[in-house]
Design a protein around this ligand. Sequence first.
Ligand code: PXP
Length: 241
Amino acid sequence: MTKLSVNLNKVALLRNTRNIGIPSITKMAKICIEAGANGITVHPRPDQRHIRPSDVYDLAEVVSSVEFNIEGNPLESSFMEIVRRVKPTQCTLVPDTPDTFTSDSGWDLTQNHERLLPIIQELQSLGCRVSLFMDADIEQICLVPATGAERIELYTEPYATAFRENHNLEATWQQFAQAAEKSQELGLGVNAGHDLNLANLAKFCTIPNILEVSIGHALTAEALEMGFAHTVRQYIAILLK
Ligand code: PXP
């Protein structure tokens, strides 16, 4: 079965709009784990707009029964400081700049191979599995084994857009399927993430042997949509008394 790692960034974004600690990141992590999630993902960005370093340290205490995946750009010093302290199960390295709205492309390994090599070695010496965020681009994927990374995470936004707009869907899915197959031939494990949701996930996962999907934005939005009616009823029950 493909493992689900729940990304809690958007929960932190909501929490950060007040100073009273709700929703609690650790409580949400426990709810996800109790519901069967196989992992928890966070992406602490340098501007701390959602997950803060303190969240990562708090989560490390409560997610020991599942995989802890920390995403980020290791060329930012704060990322390495955090992972050296936490030693998560997996580090997903993402080439995003500090002001990026959201991760929007995979690594260009022609440019970054030399810089990534010592970082990947250090992360592995800490006991972390390393996954590189990659576009479904076979030329680039062929450069991954030389970095020593064990996995890639396919950047699925183009698939999600093709699905949402019902435009070029089969061709786009094929491109991802071929990228995944090539990665597996190269001995790489394949994860996937970005803009996956309840509608588009099943088709994506017809690609064989996707090891893990990490999902945050849509999962949070869907949880709000599915949970609001239940919560509103509880408020009304109080007011009826
Ligand atoms: N993978 C990476 C590298 C990301 O940066 C993100 C967003 O933080 C995700 C997966 C999850 O994307 P989404 O929030 O759209 O599910």
